[in-house]
Design a protein. Structure first.
Length: 391
């Protein structure tokens, strides 16, 4: 059986770079940028006041200045006529020609058209100088950036109404099981909701892959085969949940193989999620068949599918995250354990959890940790791999 690291390497080896598309910046949140964005001008583009107050030509010997006018944001720079003069100036306004220092209103008294300074002043204070942050032509965002709030704001600051981003795959998300009934319909005691598929779709949306076709299939090998054939035809890949273990009704691996999907791995030395299956369908389409237990499905998605998708989208690789164990952890002798945790001041606190069917335990968890196989306890304070529920 493959180790977690071997499974990850085998999966990532198949992550082919997706093509790009142009989208409105307004619709680009969560997507992966695929162009460098440069600033077309210095940042700031002019010497910019950072406080409301007065703009003066620095003169330590002088305390009183005659007000010549007001310099507002959104206006071109005025000109000081007289070194004993000043402009009232607003935050974000251009420094008037001839001035080099801003004194905030808090440090000034204004009466009869004159401003009197009542606090020490340093030359050049409260001016954010042209080009201090970036020079025209500098790269603001590199290709591979995930577009979150700061990146969207920066793209807009550069005047870009459209962005070149990765074209996400269109994915079939398939639940397999006779026991599954849609939310909204009444459920008999022996029935459950296909919650995994909805969780997977939510995760895909968070990764900038909004095009998802949800499907639900019975435990019937020929219907699974026929439906998967259509779904793979219409989509760029598939995520399946359920029907992949060793039970009498687990028909997914057989159906996929009959459809010509080449198995890359089946079973990983991990708990939960041991039966995980991954293969490549004709047309180079990835197929992940995840075990149906809800914790298994989500853990396998975050541990394997998410990095696979991010690499395909061209996202810059992120360093793995680690967290200190708030308590000692008993490893499994041969399997990597994925354990839901909650973060507290000491680090990762194990969530009370009754195994891979206990999805209710995830609601209050922050993510899961990875305990490699071993014979001795991982002591409190030791650092372990951490995967947060960030989508
Ligand atoms: P299986 O992998 O088919 O053996 O399923 C393992 C467990 O996961 C069973 O209790 C199933 O009812 C449950 N399960 C399978 N598919 C889903 C799904 N889409 N959503 C929630 N639970 C599921
Ligand atoms: Mg099943």
């Amino acid at each position: 059986m493959l180790t977690v690291a071997e499974a990850e390497a085998r999966i990532l080896a198949h992550a082919k770079l997706r093509p790009v598309e142009s989208v409105a910046t307004a619709d680009a949140t969560g997507r992966v940028l695929r162009e460098d964005i440069r600033t077309d001008r210095d940042l700031p583009p002019f010497d910019r006041a950072t406080m409301d107050g007065i703009a003066i030509a620095y003169a330590p010997e002088r305390a009183e200045f005659r007000i010549e006018g007001i310099q507002a944001a959104g206006r071109s720079a005025g000109q000081l006529a007289d070194p004993a003069g000043c402009f009232e100036i607003m935050t974000g306004a251009m420094c008037p020609v001839g001035a080099d220092t801003v004194v905030p209103y808090e440090d000034v008294e204004i009466a009869n058209g004159r401003a009197r300074i009542k606090a020490p002043v340093e030359r050049g204070q409260y001016l954010h100088r042209q080009g201090a942050d970036r020079k025209a032509g500098d790269v603001l965002l590199h290709a591979g950036a995930r577009l979150r709030s700061p990146q969207i704001a920066i793209a807009v600051s550069a005047g870009l109404a459209r962005l070149t981003v990765a074209k996400p795959p269109r994915l079939a998300v398939v639940s397999v099981g006779d026991e599954l009934v849609e939310p909204g319909a009444p459920a008999e005691r022996y029935q459950i909701r296909p919650s995994n598929a909805w969780g997977l779709r939510a995760a895909l949306q968070g990764l900038g892959c909004p095009e998802v076709e949800l499907a639900r299939l019975p435990d019937d090998p020929s219907r699974i085969e026929a439906a998967l054939s259509d779904l793979l035809e219409r989509n760029d890949g598939a995520l399946l949940s359920g029907g992949v273990s060793r039970g009498k009704y687990d028909f997914v691996p057989g159906a996929l193989e009959r459809l010509g999907v080449v198995v890359e791995l089946h079973r990983v030395a991990q708990k939960p999620g041991k039966p995980m299956w991954f293969g490549i369908a004709p047309g180079d389409k990835p197929v992940f068949a995840l075990p149906g237990n809800p914790v298994s499905t989500l853990v396998c998605f975050h541990r394997y599918v998410k990095p696979f998708l991010l690499q395909s989208l061209g996202a810059r690789a992120e360093l793995p995250e680690f967290i200190a164990c708030a308590e000692a952890i008993e490893p499994h002798p041969t399997l990597t354990l994925f354990l839901p945790i909650r973060r507290d001041a000491s680090g990762a606190r194990l969530q009370t959890y009754h195994g891979s069917g206990d999805y209710a335990a995830l609601g209050e968890s922050d993510g899961f940790i990875e305990a490699p196989p071993g014979d001795s306890a991982i002591p409190a304070g030791a650092s372990v791999r951490y995967h947060r529920w960030d989508v």
